[in-house]
Ligand binder design. Structure first.
Ligand SMILES: [Zn+2]
Ligand SMILES: [Zn+2]
Length: 427
């Protein structure tokens, strides 16, 4: 498939030639990401800070056992700030009710003031987490539930209350306001995994349950959402804007300058606090990922956990297979995505797998996302004693779960095509 025909323009190392895959240099990484837009410099200070924090955390964990994330001072501070934000919303609600019902003002002013306050409190309220609309009950996916229940029991964790089979190349765990938990398994990721990697994936997501991560994050995320709404409500479009003609319009615009400046200041404060909150919970999210990996390795063994992490870098293969499926045939084929993805994965040469892996690392480092860079996660597992995995994978009936999940192909495929079209054409 690949022959050495050309040399790297940067370091003269031999290059692979390929008409299907990106030609890049393994030595100096020339052309590793052909179309990368440079990231805006505005957030670079925070990004650099987060990258440093993330690296320091990683280096510290290399030399100590991976433990459950402890309640840190920064997390407590984040909770305190979040509580303050929610109290502010509550105070706004109480104040508005008071103005509306009991104040001495004229009725018109009571209605306007109280009504506006109530409307703002409604916009700022913490949104209750609901049950995902696509969550399946036990009766719909009995074998998949049996698999998850078994892994949960072996790990000593309560199982989930619902399973969602989704179109994303990912898996996740969420919780609704009644503290019921839902496991989302992305079909495109699921179908390229080996049985042991599937156990590792479920183990990882269940690992987030031990930490109670979804609930822990809920109130802080709700506070961040509220602050973003405050920012949008308060930020004036213009500081000085003359509406209409004549001296009165001009005077009115002048009068509004200090009002607008005050609103701008408040909006800036809301934005600043929201950014600090994100910063405060950043390290805890990273530690939670490492811990969930640790649980995954406990379930399926270190090797399966590492190969799972490597496979999570192959998302572009899935979107390429989806694109090819649309281009090749009918406008909306209803099946075929599963075999298309598996074929693309099987056909992928080693230099492309390596490129996707390195691009993934670069992207995660660049974005300083809440997930630690994948190589940190793998290296951390290598630094600790390898685990064999407590689950006897061959004894599990994973094939039964697979056929249940693969039966959902037509519905998931439609969603995948829609999502891809939306991403490509914005419709
Ligand atoms: Zn080179
Ligand atoms: Zn995770």
């Amino acid at each position: 498939m690949s022959t050495d025909t050309a040399c790297c323009p940067q370091c003269a190392a031999p290059l692979f030639s390929s008409n299907q895959y990106v030609v890049w240099c393994m030595e100096c990484e020339w052309n590793i990401e052909p179309a990368t837009s440079s990231t805006p410099p505005r957030h670079s200070i925070y990004r650099n800070l987060r990258q440093r924090l993330s690296q320091r955390r990683f280096e510290r964990l290399l030399h100590q056992p991976i433990s459950k994330p402890r309640l840190r001072l920064t997390t407590l501070l984040a909770y305190a700030i979040a509580l303050g934000v929610h109290m502010l919303t509550l105070a706004l609600l109480a104040g508005s009710v008071y103005v509306l019902l009991f104040s001495e003002l004229h009725r018109i002013w009571r209605l306007i003031g109280g009504g506006a306050g109530l409307a703002a409190a409604w916009i700022l309220r913490p949104r209750l987490q609901r049950r995902p609309a696509a969550a399946q009950q036990r009766a719909a996916l009995p074998a998949t539930f049996a698999l998850v229940d078994h892994i949960a029991a072996q790990l000593g964790i309560a199982s989930v209350d619902g399973i969602v089979i989704g179109p994303e190349f990912a898996a996740s765990l969420s919780q609704d306001w009644r503290r019921r938990s839902y496991l989302t398994l992305g079909l495109p990721l699921w179908i390229i995994l080996t049985p042991a990697e599937k156990v590792a994936l479920i183990g990882h997501e269940l690992g987030h349950k031990i930490n109670n991560d979804p609930a822990r994050r809920f109130w802080v995320h709700a506070a961040i959402e509220s602050l973003v709404q405050w920012d949008q409500l308060l930020r004036p479009e213009q500081i000085f804007a003359v509406q209409g003609r004549g001296i009165m319009a001009l005077l009115l615009a002048l009068f509004y300058i200090p009002v607008n400046l005050g609103m701008l200041l408040l909006a800036q404060i809301a934005r600043f606090v929201a950014q600090r909150l994100v910063q405060l919970i950043y390290l805890e999210s990273q530690q939670a990922e490492y811990y969930a990996d640790h649980i995954a390795a406990q379930a399926a063994g270190t090797t399966a956990c590492q190969s799972l992490l490597r496979k999570t870098c192959c998302e572009s293969v899935v979107s390429l297979a989806t694109q090819q499926l649309i281009v090749a045939g009918k406008q909306r084929p209803s099946t075929g995505i599963i075999s298309a993805i598996r074929q693309s994965m099987a056909a992928m040469p080693a230099h492309e797998t390596e490129r996707l892996w390195r691009v993934n690392l670069r992207t995660l480092r660049r974005s300083a996302a809440t997930h630690p860079p994948t190589d940190y996660r793998i290296q951390l597992q290598q630094a600790h004693a390898a685990q064999a995995g407590c689950i006897d994978t061959p004894a599990l009936d994973i094939a039964a779960a697979d056929s249940e999940i693969e039966q959902l192909e037509p519905a998931i495929q439609h969603q995948m095509i829609d999502n891809l079209k939306h991403a490509l054409y914005g419709r």
